[in-house]
Write a protein that binds this ligand. Structure first.
Ligand code: FAD
Length: 281
C-alpha cells in the first residue's frame, strides 16, 4: 500500500525567469542538474503585474525543447481575457499540459488589477476556453493567506478554485508539518479531495528568507529563526542546519501522506538536489 502511494507522488521544481545573461546561463546549469533527478515538471513564475511574461514563456519554451515538462504560472494582475487566451494558445502550441493559475499581488505603484479579481475567476476562464487541455494547479496556504479575514473564509475561497476546475494545489512554503497536515485534514472535512502538494523552500540565506516570509505570511518558527540569526555570516553552518531542518520537514510530510513535494529552487540546484538525495526520492 505504502509503495503504491509512493509511486504516484509527484516531485517538481520551480524557477523564476532570469533577467541577465549570467542568470540565464546559471538557470541552464540548474535545469541540467535537476533534470537528472527526473522531476514530474518544472514550473516557472510569472512576475508581479506580468513583468516577466516574455521571460516566463522563454524559459518554458526551453524546458519543453529539452523534452521536459514545463508548467507556466499565470497571474490575474494586469491581465485581460484576450491576453490569457493568447497565452494559452501559445502554450498549447509548444506542448504545455500543466499551468499554475494565481491571482498574484499588485506591485507597488500599479493600480490596474486586470479583468480577473481572484484566481477562481482565472481558473473558470481557462476551463471555459481550453476545456481539459491543461492540468490546472492553484495555490494553497496551510498557514492561511495573509489577506484572509479568518481561516474559515480562506478555506471557502480555496474551495471556490477547486470548484472552478483546478485539479490540484501547491502550497505556500512553511516549516511546520503540523500546519500542513491539519490544513489537509480541514480540506477533507470541507469535501476538497484534490492533491495538495507542499511547497518546500530550502534554507540558504537568512535575510532573504526573513524578507520573503514577512511579505507572504509564512512563519519561521522561533527555534529556526534563533539558530539562523546565530549563524548569520557563517554560511557553511547555516546551510548545513537548513538542509537538516528541511530534509526532516520533507520526511515528516511524506510520512504524513503528502502527495509529493514542490521545491522552490530559487534557480539553484544544490540545496534541492541535496535534499532530494537525502530523501532517496
Ligand atoms: P486567490 O486564491 O485569489 O486568493 C487571494 C485572497 O483573496 C485570499 O485571501 C483569499 O481568501 C481571497 N479570495 C479568493 N477568492 C475570493 C473571492 N472569490 N472573493 C473574495 N475573496 C477571495 N505570485 C506571482 O505574482 N507570480 C507567481 O508566479 C506566483 N506563484 C506562486 C506559486 C505558488 C505555489 C504560491 C503558493 C504562490 C504564488 N504566488 C505567485 C503568490 C500569489 O500570487 C499570492 O500569494 C497572492 O497574494 C494570492 O494568489 P492566489 O492565487 O492564492 O489568490
Amino acid at each position: 500500500m505504502q509503495s503504491d502511494i509512493h509511486d504516484t507522488r509527484l516531485y517538481s521544481c520551480e524557477f523564476f525567469p532570469p533577467k541577465t545573461p549570467e542568470g540565464t546561463a546559471n538557470l541552464r546549469t540548474t535545469l541540467t542538474a535537476l533534470a537528472a533527478l527526473e522531476p514530474a515538471f518544472f514550473s516557472v513564475t510569472f512576475g508581479a503585474g506580468g513583468s516577466t511574461r516574455e521571460g516566463t514563456f522563454e524559459v518554458i519554451k526551453e524546458i519543453q525543447a529539452n523534452g521536459l515538462h514545463g508548467a507556466p504560472h499565470i497571474s490575474c494582475i494586469g491581465t485581460t481575457r484576450a491576453d490569457v487566451q493568447g497565452l494559452l494558445q501559445a502554450y498549447q502550441d509548444i506542448g504545455v499540459k500543466r499551468l499554475v493559475a494565481l491571482r498574484g499581488d499588485l506591485p507597488s505603484g500599479m493600480v490596474e488589477r486586470g479583468e480577473f479579481a481572484y484566481a477562481n475567476e482565472l481558473v473558470t476562464f481557462i476551463r471555459d476556453v481550453s476545456s481539459n487541455a491543461f492540468h490546472i494547479e492553484v495555490a494553497a496556504y496551510p498557514e492561511y493567506h495573509p489577506e484572509a479575514p479568518t481561516p474559515k473564509v480562506d478555506l471557502k475561497n480555496f474551495k471556490r478554485k477547486i470548484a472552478a476546475g483546478a485539479d490540484s494545489a501547491i502550497t505556500q512554503y512553511f516549516y511546520s508539518a503540523a500546519a500542513y497536515l491539519r490544513f489537509v485534514h480541514e480540506c477533507e472535512g470541507a469535501n476538497i479531495h484534490v492533491p495538495i502538494v507542499p511547497g518546500i523552500m530550502p534554507i540558504t540565506n537568512y535575510r532573504q528568507l526573513a524578507r520573503f516570509s514577512d511579505s507572504c505570511g509564512a512563519e519561521i518558527p522561533r527555534w529556526i529563526r534563533k539558530k539562523l540569526e546565530e549563524y548569520q555570516d557563517d554560511l557553511t553552518s547555516l546551510r548545513a542546519f537548513g538542509l537538516d531542518v528541511v530534509t526532516d520537514l520533507c520526511a515528516a510530510l511524506l510520512d504524513g501522506g503528502a502527495p509529493g513535494l514542490h521545491f522552490y529552487t530559487l534557480n539553484k540546484h544544490q540545496p534541492t538536489g541535496e535534499i532530494w538525495k537525502r530523501l532517496g526520492l
